[in-house]
Design a binder for this molecule. Structure first.
Ligand SMILES: Nc1ncnc2c1ncn2[C@@H]1O[C@H](COP(=O)(O)OP(=O)(O)O)[C@@H](O)[C@H]1O
Ligand SMILES: [Mg+2]
Length: 508
């Protein structure tokens, strides 16, 4: 062990009713380092850190903090030992002010009263020292998530944290906010504090970490110095095999327009015009990525084009034919395929098997039926082929789709949507909540679709995904397109500016 090691967890085991979340886990932390803990969804990252913070008791194992050994921690003890954790779900009281939230439970008293002036002074020193900008007087409900996160961080510092655990802190941030967070983390490190940074975004991990620990299926895989590893190596350690998440970009001539969206206005449940005048052209053989923070009209755009939502003004033209406000089935027949964002609601029938879901749109047609009689053999063979081709697990055509993991269910839907006759594929958040192995398969499906000369409209809140796959990128903000960039001109900073609407305000 390094002399600077302040925490050492070893031989940690934790069984939940259905899964062994941690299987002989280990982790160590040094003073003044930023240590990333990475792994796929479900790898056990949060559980491991919740054991350190005392949220869960491990079944066995040793936790050493300084010179003391513990079988289990409890949160109170952890805080006394200088450990603080910012959970994935923030735990602030929305109705209280920022200052009230920070001091909640450890209020400084003057007699029997809370000494707000003293509290404020102390909190302001943290803001200053580490660049944590917050407005103490605002109610938490009125501040943006990036600020709520800073409040959570100050809250741990206020309780004396020297060790900060941040569970997927950048999941909710824009690129600019992430840059800001990284400045804060570096300032904390300069001050000798230690940070555990949980993430599965490898480019961020490579930017911020001193060391990186990889977990897979609850097991410890390895710990490396940042200098000694590359992103492909880390991805391989996370998944257990080689993975390729990018795409061969092609600098092709953009020719035939297949889909045109012309100045459309679309309402949402809450707003009369959620989409306010969007125009886009999508061409054969290209992936047009729609980048943007969730909730800026992406869902409404996909639904308007696919006929699930009313278009109030403007036109949608597919293969030269106006399709706005036609029924979804007709639009499908006109050449549109759609991988929906809320796949549990629209994408699949949860009481059907893999095979039934695969042929849900075409079982009544040849080759799966003739003269009203199902050809079961054809359907079985087709389903077996798909399962093999896309590595769908478990490999059983008759298993109910509800029993599949999110990634495997999504592969079934993607396979169905790209099979058959269509010219435009809309893929809305196709890899959200999906494991890396499945992400790789789904991205391959999208690029193969493009390479066959089809047009793909890729809507994703994941900028890395947009950058990895798109030939052109349009940014959506508050129901408008703030810019369209060629893939080779786009950087995450440029996109980030467009995503927060800065660019349009500068022009206006
Ligand atoms: N409170 C819990 N009860 C039961 N199972 C849980 C609980 N928390 C996590 N798990 C399971 O333990 C495994 C590891 O989860 P988690 O530590 O949250 O993974 P990660 O943070 O790496 O995504 C997952 O299979 C998850 O479903
Ligand atoms: Mg987690």
């Amino acid at each position: 062990m390094n002399d600077n090691t302040i925490i050492e967890m070893s031989g940690i085991n934790k069984q939940f009713p259905l899964v062994k979340a941690i299987d002989d886990g280990k982790f160590d932390l040094r003073a003044g380092e930023i240590h990333s803990l990475i792994g796929e969804n479900g790898a056990g990252k949060s559980t491991m850190m919740k054991i350190l913070y005392g949220v869960y008791a491990p079944d066995s194992g040793d936790i050493r903090v300084g010179d003391s050994h513990y079988k289990t921690m409890d949160t109170k003890k952890a805080i006394e030992l200088g450990i603080g954790m910012v959970h994935q779900e923030f735990m602030l009281a929305e109705g209280l002010t920022v200052l009230e939230n920070i001091i909640l439970g450890s209020e400084p008293k003057k007699g029997s009263r809370i000494d707000f002036a003293k509290a404020r002074e102390k909190v302001e020193t943290y803001s200053r020292d580490y660049g944590l900008e917050i407005d103490l007087n605002k109610k938490v409900i009125d501040i943006p998530v990036g600020e709520a996160q800073r409040v959570e961080i100050i809250k741990t510092l206020y309780r004396g944290a020297k060790i900060l655990i941040l569970d997927e802190p950048t999941a909710v941030l824009t690129p600019q906010e992430t840059v800001n967070l990284f400045k804060i983390l570096n300032a904390l490190k300069e001050d000798g504090k230690s940070v555990v940074f949980i993430s599965h975004k490898l480019n961020e991990v490579m930017e911020i970490s001193d060391r990186i620990t990889v977990m897979r299926h609850g097991k410890y895989i390895d710990t490396a110095n940042k200098e000694d590893v590359s992103i492909p190596q880390l991805a391989q350690m996370m998944v257990g095999r080689k993975v390729f998440l990018g795409a061969e970009k092609r600098s092709h001539e953009i020719t035939d327009t297949v889909l045109s969206v012309k100045d459309i206005y679309v309402p949402s449940e809450r707003e009369h015009s959620k989409i306010r005048g969007i125009s886009l052209n999508i061409h054969k053989g290209e992936i047009l990525g729609i980048a943007g923070i969730d909730g800026n009209g992406q869902k409404e755009l996909a639904e308007a084009v696919s006929g699930l939502r009313k278009v109030e003004r403007g036109a949608v033209v597919l293969n030269g034919k106006e399709i706005q406000n036609m029924n979804p089935q007709k639009i499908r027949m006109a050449g549109l395929s759609y991988i929906p964002e809320d796949r549990n609601v629209r994408g699949m029938n949860k009481s059907f098997s893999i095979k039934e879901n695969l042929v849900a749109d075409c079982f009544y047609k040849k080759p799966y039926s003739s003269r009203g009689v199902l050809n079961r053999k054809k359907i079985d063979n087709y389903a077996a082929d798909v399962i093999k081709k896309y590595d769908i697990r478990p490999a059983d055509t008759d298993i109910c789709i509800a029993n599949l993991s999110g990634g495997n269910a999504q592969k079934v839907i993607c396979a169905r949507e790209i099979d058959g006759d269509f010219d435009v594929l809309i893929a809305a958040q196709p890899t959200r909540g999906v494991d890396i192995g499945s992400i790789e398969v789904i991205r391959k499906i999208l690029t193969e679709t493009r390479d066959k000369g089809k047009a793909v409209l890729l809507i994703s809140a994941d900028l890395d995904e947009i950058l990895a796959l798109s030939d052109r990128i349009a940014v959506i903000y508050e129901g408008r397109i703030t810019g369209v960039l060629k893939a080779d001109e786009a950087t995450d900073i440029k996109l980030g500016l467009l995503m927060t609407g800065e660019e349009i305000y500068e022009k206006e």
